[in-house]
Design a protein around this ligand. Structure first.
Ligand code: Q46
Ligand code: ZN
Length: 312
């Protein structure tokens, strides 16, 4: 197998692009896909300050690495969920990356510890609330990432969601006809109201195995295990189904998700009218001031319930 660009020995084949690349040309391909995503979705400019949500996994660390190497001003935020045996390891990976690659690019790492701020680790909180761990986790992470981005004056918040994540999410949303989620499933969501950070997904053009290959080839030391709470999740099932389809016909995920984005661009109302809709329905939470559709935001409601259920 020879590299499509320079004809040296290839290290990875990309069936969906009918191509194979050597290491330098593959890195160029990955950087180019991210640069195209940033440009076509108008995610940010070189002068913008970016906050990357990192978990210690391959996608978020690869994203931080790529943005720094492309010359962007990108810091990172890690949320320590307090999951015994997993959070320590993932935090270590993030800190090591911040101390090496991050430091070399003058980038800093912020850490939010759930145990300290919310009073208990994510599993205990979910138990107190009688909620699935991932649903409590989602509320906390969304809230804390947005809060950190707004409070520390970042222009945009970036997450490491890749093509596989977005295609699996789209499949779930379509299977249940979740119109509201479908409307918001875009790689770039503007900061429609004061208090909401702009959110972008610069890896949406790259498949999970391409990012894994990028991380390995560039010696990014990431946590290989998934969060133990992800076991049995619907997302993993949707990914498995899509992987089977992809093996039979390479390019299926890309056609599914990118096709959706093309249709959405033609039919979705202009961003200005979406922002108007948000401005009409959102107002500051009575407790914390972050935007919400109810009187009190879901994070503050959740924390009040957890406090009330804590044994004294
Ligand atoms: S981190 Fe949190 Fe995920 Fe772990 S507890 Fe569930 S939602 S699986 S992306
Ligand atoms: Zn609130």
């Amino acid at each position: 197998m020879r590299c499509k660009k320079c004809h040296e020995k290839a290290v990875i084949g990309l069936p969906r692009h009918n191509a194979a690349f050597c290491k330098p040309c593959f890195n160029e391909f990955v950087h180019d896909q991210v640069a195209r995503a940033i440009k076509s979705e108008r995610m940010f400019d070189p002068k913008d300050r970016i906050l990357v949500a990192v978990s210690g996994g391959k996608d978020s660390l690869a994203l931080w690495d790529i943005l720094l190497k492309l010359g962007y001003r990108a810091d990172a935020l890690y949320v320590d969920l307090g999951i015994a045996g997993y959070s320590e390891k993932s935090c270590e990976k993030v800190e090591r990356f911040a101390d090496t690659v991050g430091k070399a690019h003058n980038a800093s790492l912020l850490i939010h510890t759930v145990q300290e701020e919310e009073g208990a680790g994510i599993r205990e909180l979910a138990d107190l609330l009688h909620r699935p761990t991932c649903s409590a986790c989602g509320t906390i992470k969304r809230y804390q990432f947005n809060r950190a981005a707004v409070e520390h004056d970042y222009d945009v918040m970036a997450t490491g969601h890749n093509l596989d994540d977005e295609a699996a999410r789209l499949l779930g949303n379509v299977l249940h006809w979740q119109d509201e989620y479908l409307d918001k499933q875009s790689p770039s969501l503007p900061a429609s109201v004061e208090g909401f950070a702009k959110k972008v997904k610069p890896l949406y053009r790259l498949a999970e195995r391409e990012i894994a290959a990028y991380a390995v080839l560039n010696r990014i030391d990431y946590i290989v295990e998934e969060c133990p709470m992800a076991k049995g999740s619907k997302m993993l099932l949707y990914k498995e189904v899509l992987n089977r389809l992809e093996t039979e016909s390479p390019g299926t995920k890309q056609a599914f998700y990118w096709g959706f984005l093309e249709k959405q661009a033609k039919t979705q109302p202009a961003p200005a009218s979406m922002a108007e809709k948000d401005q009409a329905t959102l107002h500051p939470c009575a407790t914390c001031g972050q935007p919400t559709t109810a009187e009190i935001c879901s994070y503050c409601k959740m924390m009040a319930r957890a406090k009330a259920s804590t044994p004294h």
